[in-house]
Write a protein that binds this ligand. Structure first.
Ligand code: AMP
Length: 191
């Protein structure tokens, strides 16, 4: 079973690429960001709590996320593999995912990290703000999110590198080119 973690800074295109891969390979797409946005829209308790962090460009604390991924997987998995988009973002979350996989005698198959220059990211996110209207895509919050990414999420690359699962992909190409490249990588892995 193919279980992919899509990794990269905010604005790197990991959401777009995750959706394309999930569609193409018939995998479940799990986006913790989408889950939070849905909860925020519905003004649930979780949504109201998460908004306090998301609106500032900070990560929602690990304690709040604990169990959330497992619940989503139980509800949506249907025995298929998954593409994980935006989870894990911290080392405790990566440990939780490993444990969860271990309990099911599964494992993360590969981690695909999109690497995009910060200047390009900022431009993309400012553009996205005008098309998608995301409240956390203002210039100030984008800078905060990039800072948080460098400090809390980037260290995970080391973690997955040591497990021999990390593949870094330059994200400065077209959406379609990157998609094809990712598909080739995955096919190589599955040989
Ligand atoms: P995303 O759509 O993946 O960029 O997520 C939007 C926001 O949701 C992030 O900036 C975080 O504040 C929050 N978020 C999403 N996933 C996580 C996670 N795994 N851990 C903590 N916060 C998260």
């Amino acid at each position: 079973m193919l279980n992919i973690v899509m990794f990269g800074p905010p604005g790197s295109g990991k959401g777009t690429q995750s959706k394309l891969l999930a569609e193409k390979l018939n995998l479940v797409h799990i986006s913790t960001g989408d889950i939070f946005r849905q909860e925020m829209e519905e003004k649930t308790e979780l949504g109201i709590l998460a908004a306090r962090y998301i609106d500032k460009g900070h990560l929602v604390p690990d304690e709040v996320l604990a169990g959330m991924f497992q619940t989503f997987l139980d509800e949506h998995n249907n025995g298929l593999g998954f593409v994980c988009d935006g989870f894990p973002r911290t080392l405790p979350q990566a440990h939780e995912l490993d444990q969860l996989m271990l309990n099911r005698q599964l494992e993360v198959s590969l981690v695909l990290a999109l690497d995009v220059e910060e200047r390009e990211i900022i431009d993309r996110m400012i553009k996205r703000a005008t098309t998608d209207g995301r409240a956390d895509d203002t210039r100030e919050i984008i800078h905060e999110r990039l800072k948080v990414y460098r400090k809390q999420t980037q260290p995970l690359m080391d973690y997955y590198q040591k497990q021999g699962k990390l593949h870094v992909i330059r994200g400065m190409h077209s959406i379609d080119e990157i998609h094809q490249y990712l598909l080739d990588l995955i096919r190589q892995h599955c040989k």
